[in-house]
Unconditional design. Sequence first.
Length: 87
Amino acid sequence: MNEGIIGIFVLVTIATISSIASHLLIKQYFVAIVISGLIGTLLFQLSAYLYAGHLDPFFLVTVFVSFLAICVISSLIGLIKMKKNKS
C-alpha cells in the first residue's frame, strides 16, 4: 500500500470512531456532526504530524477537506443511528 491509501484509511477510521462516539454522547444531530468533524480533524492532523514529523505544506486545505469528509461520514452514521432509534 502507498501512503495515500494509508492516509485515506486512517481518515475513514478516525471519522467513523469520532462519529459513533459523538452521536452516542450528543443527542442533537447537527451539533454531533460538527463536534465529530472538529475532533476527527484534530486527531487526523495530529496523526499526520506524528507520522511525517512536520505539518503538511497544504495544512489549511487538508484541514478543510478532512473536516468536510468527516462531516459527511458523521451525517451518514447519524442517519443510521436515527433510523435504528425510530424502529
